[in-house]
Design a protein around this ligand. Structure first.
Ligand code: PEP
Ligand code: MN
Length: 338
C-alpha cells in the first residue's frame, strides 16, 4: 500500500505512522518528496485494512499497489533507478557495455580480455570464476583463483568487475574481488541466495531464468530489494522455446515490457540469447533500439580456444566493430556510452 501524506505532515508525523506500520509486522518505507511525503506499507493486506489509516489526520489518501511485486514496481517508484557499479552508471541516459570472456581461464587471458574491452569502450569486465555447467565433466571455473585473476585485471585496467555467484557460502570471497554479483539464469529462483545478496549493498546483475516469465523475474528482484539492497540490474538473456538453430530465443519484448513495470535498469545479453557470434551485433542493435540500458557481451582473445561458450564469443576485432556501430546507434537514440 502507498500512503500519501497531507502537505502539512511533518517528519514527526511520518515517523509516528511508520511506527504504527512496523508494529503490525509490516515493512515500512519512507519516501520524502519535494511536494509531499509518501510512505509504503508492505506485507499482509488484511493487516493493513485493520489499521484504518485513511482516517489518520495526516493521511491524504491510500493507493494500493496492484502488482504482486512492490518495491521493484513503478507504482511505488515512478522514476528510473540508476545503479552505480564502482563509478560506472547503468540506467537511462546511458548505454553501458559489459564484456569479457565466459570464464576466467588464466591471468594472460583475463588481463588481455580486460585491455581489449577497455580499449574498445567497454565499461565493466565480466568473467566467470564459478561456472554452473550442464555437464559435471565440463570446466567448472577456476573458483577463488579466478577471482584473484579478476582483481589483477581490475588493477591493470581499472574496469569494475562483475562475476557470477552460485552459492551463498561464497558471498564473502566474491565480495572481496567483485564490484557486482551476477546471479545466473540457473539461480534466478535460488531464493536463499537472493535474500542473502539483498543484505549486501553491492549491485546485483540478475539474469532471467531460461523458462521464467516476467513476473517471476520481477519477484526474484523483489527478494533482493525487500532485504534492503536497491541496486539490481535485470538481464534478458534468452529463453527456451521450440525454436531450433539458436541456443535460446532472445526475447526483446522483455525490454519495453519490464521497463514499463519496473524502475530497475534492463540489460540484454545477446551472446547467450543467440549462442552464435555472428548474431551478436544485429541483436545488440535491436536491444538498443528496444530501449535496453546496456549489453552484456562475451568476448575472448582466442574464442577458438575458449573453455566455455567459444561459439558465441566475439573475437576482439568483432567487439571493436560492435562498439563502433553501437556508439553511432546510441547517439541516434540520445544515449551516451558512459
Ligand atoms: C554466463 O553469463 O556466462 C552465464 C552462465 O549466463 P546464464 O546464466 O545467462 O546462462
Ligand atoms: Mn557464458
Amino acid at each position: 500500500m502507498i500512503i500519501i501524506l497531507k502537505k502539512e505532515a511533518t517528519k514527526a508525523n511520518a515517523d509516528e505512522l511508520l511506527g504504527i506500520i512496523e508494529a503490525q509486522g509490516l515493512k515500512p518505507l519512507y519516501m520524502p518528496g519535494s511536494e509531499r511525503t509518501v510512505l509504503g506499507a508492505l506485507g499482509d493486506e488484511r493487516v493493513l485494512a485493520t489499521l484504518n489509516l485513511e482516517a489518520h489526520p495526516y493521511v491524504d489518501r491510500l493507493l494500493p499497489i496492484l502488482a504482486p511485486y512492490k518495491m521493484v514496481s513503478r507504482e511505488l517508484q515512478a522514476h528510473d533507478t540508476v545503479v552505480d557499479v564502482d563509478g560506472v552508471p547503468i540506467g537511462p541516459g546511458h548505454f553501458t557495455v559489459i564484456a569479457g570472456p565466459c570464464s576466467v581461464e588464466s591471468e594472460e587471458q583475463i588481463v588481455e580480455s580486460a585491455r581489449r574491452v577497455k580499449a574498445a569502450g567497454g565499461k565493466i569486465l565480466r568473467g566467470g570464476a564459478y561456472k554452473p555447467r550442464s555437464s559435471p565433466y565440463a570446466f567448472q571455473g577456476l573458483e577463488e583463483e579466478g577471482l584473484r585473476l579478476l582483481s589483477i585485471a581490475k588493477e591493470e585496467t581499472g574496469l569494475p568487475i562483475v562475476t557470477e555467484i552460485i552459492d551463498v557460502h561464497d558471498i564473502d570471497v566474491v565480495s572481496k574481488h567483485a564490484d557486482m554479483f551476477q546471479v545466473g539464469a540457473r539461480n534466478m529462483q535460488n531464493f536463499r541466495l537472493l535474500r542473502e545478496l539483498g543484505k549486501s549493498r553491492k549491485p546485483v546483475f540478475l539474469k532471467r531464468g531460461m523458462s521464467a516469465g516476467y513476473n517471476d523475474l520481477l519477484m526474484s528482484a523483489e527478494y533482493i530489494l525487500s532485504e534492503g539492497n536497491p541496486n539490481v540490474v535485470l538481464c534478458e538473456r534468452g529463453v527456451k522455446t521450440f525454436i531450433t538453430g539458436t541456443r535460446n530465443t532472445l526475447d526483446l519484448n522483455a525490454v519495453p515490457y519490464l521497463k514499463s513495470k519496473t524502475h530497475l535498469p534492463v540489460v540484454v545479453d545477446p551472446s547467450h540469447g543467440t549462442g552464435i557470434r555472428e548474431m551478436v551485433l544485429p541483436m545488440s542493435k535491436a536491444a538498443l533500439a528496444a530501449g535496453a540500458d546496456g549489453l552484456m557481451v562475451e568476448m575472448h582473445p582466442h574464442p577458438d580456444q575458449a573453455l566455455s561458450d567459444g561459439m558465441q564469443s566475439l573475437f576482439p576485432e568483432q567487439f571493436e566493430k560492435l562498439m563502433e556501430v553501437i556508439r553511432r546507434y546510441a547517439e541516434l537514440e540520445g544515449r551516451v556510452l558512459p
